[in-house]
Design a protein around this ligand. Sequence first.
Ligand code: CDP
Length: 227
Amino acid sequence: MSHIQIAVDGPAGAGKSTIAKLIAKELNYIYVDTGAMYRAVTYFAMQHNFISETHLHTKELIKNLSDITLQFRFNETLGFAEMYLNNENIEQAIRTIEVSRLVSKIAEISEVRAKLVEQQQQMGQNKGIVMDGRDIGTVVFPDADLKLFMTASPQTKAQRRFEELIEKGQKVTFEEVLQNVQERDYIDTHREDSPLVKADEAIEIDNSNLTKKEQFELVMELVKDIL
Ligand code: CDP
């Protein structure tokens, strides 16, 4: 069976990672969460005081980008790959609302994008990959065999993200999460470099009213057509 590249894009909380993980598991492909990489750079920038709610030292961050080494390491127990920054497991640390509030500002910086896109393209060289993000079908893999664009109503997106954060034991309000999702979507769709936009050939799936199983079956049909 030939191996293909599957690109999954869409706004925050649209269920990209849920479907991408299921498909990757079914096909025995690699799954890559590119959002984790932007979150990791944000975490690095926060640690070095290059960014906070009140300032952003873009030049300093750019100067220090070569000090960032990102790796995904598969955790057998959890069944998914965790994000490592310079050999430190930061999987939990990058999922906080504090990182979510700053990540879209970091993702606007072209030098950051260039570094991460290069690494993402290397990971997809041998195909057999499902990658989710904002610019996968447009910039990272413009020739991907299958491009999906996931959407859901704003309420659904915020509700999903809120439940995930509560499950992880974080203290957040629904309003806070809704505001964050809306702010990020605004910045992500309006930035100059690689904005979030549906690729021409991408298949749009609004999953507001689909169960995980329905979504999975729908996408697997598309995959089978290609294979
Ligand atoms: O999981 P969620 O959809 O909330 O976000 P994420 O995938 O973890 O991505 C976090 C942020 O990283 C996004 O809001 C974008 O600002 C940025 N991002 C990006 O610019 N390009 C990507 N390919 C992936 C994420």
